[in-house]
Design a protein around this ligand. Sequence first.
Ligand code: TYM
Length: 285
Amino acid sequence: MRVLSGIQPSGALHIGNYFGALRQFIELQRENDAYYFVANYHALTSVRDAERLRAYTFDVMVTMLSLGLDPERATLFVQSDVPETAELAWLLTTVTPMGWLEKCVSYKDKVEQGLSPEHGLFAYPVLQAADILLYDADLVPVGQDQKQHLEVTRDIAERFNRVYGGGEDVFRLPEPHILKSVSVVPGVDGRKMSKSYNNTIDIFDEPAAIRKKVKRIVTDSTPVEAPKDLEGDSLLALYRLFATAEDIAEIERRYREGGIGYGEVKTRLAEAIIERFAEPRERRA
Ligand code: TYM
């Protein structure tokens, strides 16, 4: 299958990007025809400093390589190196009803956060549709927050096919590939991990920074002896991503019975994160 996905170079990549997207990228490059790119046109909606955008673009590519994306197996590229993307975005925009974009949550969210709503931010999903349709992608690995953009992509493709296809398909309809267990990785404040919420743990944070950020993860005030809630606890949710099945079972049992402090789980989580990325960190250096 043709697999395609992109990541914005708007800062250091975090463990939400890793579990929601990068890990699937690595897995899917083995048996598929995979294309992964650094979405620098998209990042222009938030980064305007040329030097910084270049540095972030380089950083995302280096991060992808150090985590195991392999240019022998996958095609790795920078979005703006294929300027036809912007050309196609214009063609698609002529068949895209305003209403489809007005209801896009990520646009509405950004406006609510006080970001000035330029047209680029509004039309962002059309550019994303161009990214995907240009390469006839079958499968698009992403986190849950991109689901709506994938739906818009399919809608635009269908509309374009109806208008211009003359009974045949111009564009292939892509399927999102979203793994339920990692679809929304929580940040240290319990909301979705995101650069714009300032709640991330970055993949290549220094060990000292990882320990410090993990200590900040918000937990309730249940005392050590008391049984603890297994649902809605972002510390446990993060721990599940990094620990072995055995360790998870042990911690969950002690949550249920009581007798475990959040401090202990935090220490174990921090060490597990550091350990997980130790080898890529060396490769990256
Ligand atoms: P971006 O750059 O915000 O994020 C990159 C990928 O990481 C996933 N992700 C998460 N997954 C789980 N939990 C989280 N807390 C979390 N935070 C981020 C995102 O879902 C995404 O898969 N519009 C896209 C970039 C893009 C794209 C494309 C993707 C541009 N063109 C074409 C696919 C196909 C974006 O902003 O992702």
